[in-house]
Design a protein around this ligand. Sequence first.
Ligand code: ATP
Ligand code: BTN
Length: 262
Amino acid sequence: MQFMDQHELKKTLARLTLGDIRYFDSIGSTNDEALAWAADDAPDLSIVIADEQTMGRGRLDRKWSTPSGTALAFSLILSPTEEEKPHLSRTVGLAALAVATALQIRGLHPQIKWPNDVLLLGRKVCGILTESVWSGDDVDCVVIGIGINVLKDAVPPADELLFPAISIEEAMGQAPGRVEILHDILASFIELRPRMVQDDFLNQWESLLAFKDESVQVEAKDAPAVVGQVSGLEPDGSLKLRNEHGEFVTVRFGDVRLRPLA
Ligand code: ATP
Ligand code: BTN
């Protein structure tokens, strides 16, 4: 169990060019707070962070567990520029790459399980939930919610999980500080952000894709599952699979679930 020192948090994050920071010892969901704040003119790169979430969410309101003193749960508010707006489907990749970079500098070998998870040793260490705030047909803000299992006690019991999970502590063999990890993720995010609009960004994202060239099944609600080998990404971040006939099939973002084929 780690204590989250609010003063240390704000002092460490002051080294970065961020918006404002809202810290909570306990909150329902940092994404809910960030969505309300984004609708109320939060400055670009403002952050909501909590030590504990009581109603943390994954996609389609599936539960994300964040016990006190064990994890990172935060939401970053992105107020996109006009240049970034056509590329917002890449935001989840930007966030996943920022998390992956912070893990790599600790000697770990993260992979990105398309579309929204970061894995260590093939198990889920981080989940990402992006949600948009709209002004008519225009995206005003994107809220990027990031949950990371830092200590072993953050990981829910296996029978509550649909995909195996891990913590950074378990993968590293020691417990790293949450504030330092958060700092490194945000620093990487700021550094990578200008690349999001460039073609080369896809190569960087693709280079960390989990199950590359392996057979997977992508399950979607109300549609037949798609089976194929992971081939790469489309320019918008959609997943490219090669099916059994050698044809390329594109899987778009949505409520889709990727699983390795046994
Ligand atoms: P999946 O992880 O099943 O591939 P997903 O990334 O879309 O899909 P969601 O379906 O949105 O995830 O829901 C979150 C999932 O994460 C739930 O299945 C839940 O069991 C699992 N989960 C909840 N808390 C944690 C946690 N702290 N670490 C890892 N997994 C978690
Ligand atoms: C997933 O795996 O599907 C995404 C999980 C996202 C969890 C994070 S924790 C911070 C933010 N607040 C939430 O309620 N969800 C996201």
